[in-house]
Design a protein around this ligand. Structure first.
Ligand code: ADP
Length: 477
């Protein structure tokens, strides 16, 4: 079955609610009306009976109504009240007088019925006759030594007719009300959902090539406006991500093209010019270096891509960053010495943090490697590791070429390398610091850089210590 549209669902819901409400109201109103009419009719019958009793006299055992025939009010009352009436002599069970209407209907109490009314209080009975329902009031009265029963009636037909017309009116009013409500609901739902359809249409037209487009925000600040705004925010994020991706792809192609061109050029030149084994060996050695750089770059790229897509799990194990820093500084000494750069390392002992040893090592290596790389001959690199409250602080400072203030905000971006004329461009792809930043973030740490061109650079990394160490350092008790 085809699923119902939101508009149909809203219309159905609204129509059903209105039908239930209308029917409920109609039932309550019918009940109130019928009870009200019934009570009014009974009261009128009681009033009519007591009024008639006032005019009733017995002359020689025969009932007569003593009223003023010149008074139109009295005449009218007597005419109405005596439309249905009977007077019985209870004791001997005779019917003394009755109206034509009751005679025609053949209503007559038996002696047994009458005997029940002698002592009884006034009562009401409803009778079903050929001319519809009749309500009779029976009232016993004593006069002129006799006991009589005055019976006064009224037809219930007008009341029944009123109630029937009410039901008939409802029979078409209710469906028309529901139909009108359904039409109104259909129209209102259509109107309310119009902006949703417009949003859907606008959203459907947005493709990767047109991520700069935005959904219309009408300024009403309703739910739909909020939806459009949130969608627009998502679009903005997507646009940024796609732009970064494009930039990333362009950068990769660019980065790969240069070493490939070098490799190709070298091979072509060797093919044309080289003729001794020594010359070929030199070309192959140079090509091997290029291959190594390419491999390093591709590895870095893969790591970064895996890291950013969330595929890399960070371990949470105790890492002795003090001994790690010392041993890395030792390993780097020959590299620094080959450039005539001195390196010193001052570490607080046994600073232990909770983290991933391989990534912490990568952070230290990358920063120290950069410091050596961007420090000219005769320079100095200083590595310091200290403990402060709940963090390990790694400080790597050099007195190298520095970074210009314009470049500082970008150095953590992928492929970003500051002014290539000042640095040894061929030696890096601008990915090292992106990886460092990612690893620091994963360890819930922070990284700061201070640099003055020509004077040097200082990177400060703060990494939270392991809970394990903090607990151990707390005084017992
Ligand atoms: P690369 O692999 O090119 O070194 P990084 O991401 O590690 O890439 O660094 C990005 C850029 O930041 C470098 O190209 C360099 O311009 C600058 N930089 C990083 N560390 C230093 C430093 N210690 N001294 C001067 N410049 C630095």
């Amino acid at each position: 079955m085809k699923p119902l549209t939101l508009r149909t669902k809203l219309t159905l819901f609204y129509s059903i609610t209105v039908s239930v409400l209308l029917t409920g109201f109609a039932l309550v109103y019918y009940r109130v009306l019928s009870v009200g009419l019934d009570q009014a009719l009974t009261q009128e019958l009681i009033d009519r009976t007591s009024g008639l009793r006032g005019y009733l006299r017995f002359e020689e055992g025969q009932p007569v109504f003593a009223y003023d025939p010149t008074d139109p009010d009295e005449v009218s009352f007597i005419n109405t009240a005596t439309r249905y009436y009977q007077v019985y002599e209870i004791r001997n069970g005779t019917l003394l007088a009755e109206s034509d209407e009751l005679r025609a209907l053949g209503v007559e109490y038996s002696a047994e019925d009458l005997s029940r009314y002698i002592q009884a209080p006034p009562s009401l009975i409803d009778l079903q006759t050929d001319q519809g329902k009749l309500r009779l009031r029976n009232e016993a009265l004593a006069a002129e030594g006799g006991v009589y029963l005055l019976v006064v009636g009224t037809s219930l037909q007008p009341m029944e007719d009123t109630l029937t017309s009410f039901i008939k009116a409802l029979a078409w009013l209710l469906p028309s009300g529901v139909l009108l409500a359904a039409l109104a609901a259909w129209f209102m739902a259509g109107k309310a959902l119009e902006p949703v359809a417009a949003l859907g249409k606008a959203a459907g037209q947005i493709a990767v090539s047109s991520l700069d487009r935005r959904l219309p925000v009408r300024g009403t600040n309703d739910e739909l406006d909020q939806l459009a705004s949130q969608f627009n925010d998502t679009l903005a994020r997507l646009e940024k991500a796609v732009a970064e991706m494009k930039q990333f792809t362009a950068s990769i192609s660019h980065e790969l093209r240069t070493p490939l061109a070098v490799l190709r050029g070298e091979a072509e030149v060797a093919l044309m010019q080289a003729n001794s084994a020594e010359q070929y060996r030199r070309v192959l050695a140079s090509q091997l270096e290029e291959f190594e750089k390419l491999t390093r770059m591709i590895n870095q790229l893969l790591t970064l891509a895996r890291a950013e897509s969330g595929d890399v799990a960070i371990a949470h194990e105790p890492v002795n960053i003090s001994s790690m820093t010392e041993s890395l500084a030792e390993q780097l000494e020959p590299v620094a010495a080959s450039k005539d750069v001195s390196i010193s390392c001052k570490c607080d002992s046994d600073v232990i943090l909770r983290g991933d040893a391989a990534w912490v090592e990568r952070i230290i290596l990358n920063l120290a490697d950069n410091a050596i790389k961007f420090t000219p001959t005769g320079g100095h690199v200083q590595i310091k590791l200290s403990r402060a409250d709940s963090s390990a602080i790694l400080d790597i400072a050099d007195d190298g070429i520095g970074i210009s203030p314009d470049d500082v905000p970008h150095i953590f971006e992928r492929f970003y390398r500051a002014d290539p004329s000042r640095s040894n461009r061929a030696d890096g792809a601008g990915l090292g610091l992106s990886l460092v930043k990612w690893a620091v973030d994963q360890h819930r740490g922070s990284i700061q850089v201070e640099s003055t061109p020509g004077l040097g650079t200082r990177f400060t990394v703060r990494l939270p210590l392991s809970l394990w160490e903090r607990a151990a350092r707390q005084p017992a008790g």
